[in-house]
Write a protein that binds this ligand. Structure first.
Ligand SMILES: Cc1ncc(COP(=O)(O)O)c(C=O)c1O
Length: 403
């Protein structure tokens, strides 16, 4: 059996979030009740009218290839949605529909990054950003942010990270894993720095509709019309409409890049699934009440989880502006130990905290080091209030047992 693989694979790490989920599944298969704070998808169903639109599309015979970059009604719905949310209607030819936002980002990586290129990523960073850069032979430039700044990249930090080799800056707001959203003023300061360079600015707005306490997720697309010839907006229905499995995401980019993405996708997946595209049309054009209900529910869960975590000695946690993640500081637990049959075990780092919480408290979370932020732990609150309360009780008990 041949065993040689492309060299590019040797620099790519497997997804740490999927690893935690696999270990939790193993415990569950042994009959253990695990509270899952690891998952990165809403626990809601898509609105009923979205599911109906998909059924109608099947009945109408939407079983064939579509145009590579998406069906016309979806591109129209995306352009209308962009006008509604970002105050500007792009030309439909600037829209590329792909198989989820991750696929959008991967296509962008193929189209843009080459060996020698640097891509600036604030850290904590979502797991796939640096890996996609590395896969193309590029260098991720992971820029430290401060917990005290809510993990926001500052204009000064961005200025310090830019170099003649910078090909792109990728910023997600609200962010996975921190939930941090950039305010209008913070964006304006960053955009001033972007103007001093000639690199791409890729803004991942996949969580932009999940914001709380009246926070407004501003888009550079709105704030900097003069930079629209190098801003790429990444978006999709996965998180906003609880449609992760439908795999529909898109980019809004300048025309030449959209044409390049057409070529890239035309040689790989061709189009996103036809039926899923029709479901996405309904999602974007349909009523928004169910989405507002989901958003409000997430807000309540955020408050419950963040405040509950912050009340546990050794854990600090702020209420972030958006997404459905709490990024807790567990550095106060490091150096403590727990007792097992085999002797005392030291909590030396966040990986050890995660292992302790999973194996002893049966609570699944993701280590911050997976996002280049050691000493932190990511909790997803895409689970019910009752499960959040149960998880908090277990964590509290587990922390109290440390010495
Ligand atoms: C920051 C961020 N961008 C993009 C994606 C990918 O979204 P999709 O499921 O549409 O591929 C995710 C999913 O977890 C994410 O957290």
């Amino acid at each position: 059996m041949p065993t040689t693989f492309a060299a590019r694979l040797s620099v790519v790490a497997p997804s740490a979030t999927l690893a935690v989920n696999a270990r939790a599944a193993e415990l569950r298969s042994r009959g253990i009740d695990v509270v899952a704070f690891g998952v990165g998808e809403p626990d809601f169903e898509p609105p009923a009218f979205v599911l109906q639109a998909a059924k109608d599309a099947i009945d109408a015979g939407c079983s064939k290839y579509t145009a590579v970059t998406g069906i016309a009604p979806l591109k129209k719905a995306i352009a209308d949605d962009c006008l509604r949310r970002r105050g500007h209607r792009p030309n439909e030819s600037q829209i590329t529909v792909s198989v989820g936002a991750k696929h959008v980002l991967f296509n962008l990586a193929i189209a843009l990054y080459e060996p020698g290129d640097e891509v600036i990523l604030p850290k904590p960073a979502w797991v796939s950003y640096p890996e996609q850069v590395r896969m193309m032979g590029g260098t991720p430039v992971l820029v430290d942010t401060r917990a005290e700044d809510g993990f926001r990249l500052t204009a000064e930090q961005l200025k310090g990270a830019l170099s003649p080799k910078t090909k792109a800056i990728v910023i997600c707001s609200p962010s996975n894993p921190t939930g941090t959203g950039y305010t209008r003023d913070e964006w304006l300061q960053l955009l001033e720095v972007v103007r001093t360079s000639d690199c791409w600015l890729i803004v991942d707005e996949i969580y932009a509709s999940l914001v709380y306490d009246g926070f407004v997720a501003e888009s550079p697309y709105t704030l900097a019309p003069d930079l629209r010839d190098r801003i790429v907006v990444v978006d999709g229905v996965s998180k906003s409409h609880a449609m992760t499995g439908w795999r529909i995401g898109w980019s809004i980019s300048p025309q030449p890049l959209a044409s390049a993405l057409d070529v890239v996708q035309g040689q790989s997946t061709t189009n996103a699934t036809a039926v899923a595209q029709h479901a996405a049309v309904a999602a974007l054009n349909g009523p928004r009440e169910a989405l507002e209900e989901m958003r409000k529910t997430f807000e309540g869960r955020r408050n419950l989880l963040c405040d509950g975590l912050a009340a546990i000695p050794g854990i600090a946690c702020r209420r972030p502006e958006g997404a459905f993640y709490a990024f807790a500081d567990v550095r106060g637990l490091l150096g403590k130990s727990y007792t097992t049959d085999g002797g005392d075990v030291l909590l030396a780092d966040d990986d050890a905290v995660v292992k302790y919480l999973l194996d002893v408290a049966h609570v699944a979370v993701v280590p911050g080091s997976a996002f280049y932020a050691p000493g932190f732990v990511r909790f997803s609150y895409a689970t019910s209030d009752a499960r959040i309360r149960e998880g908090l009780t277990r964590i509290e008990r587990a922390v109290a047992a440390l010495h």
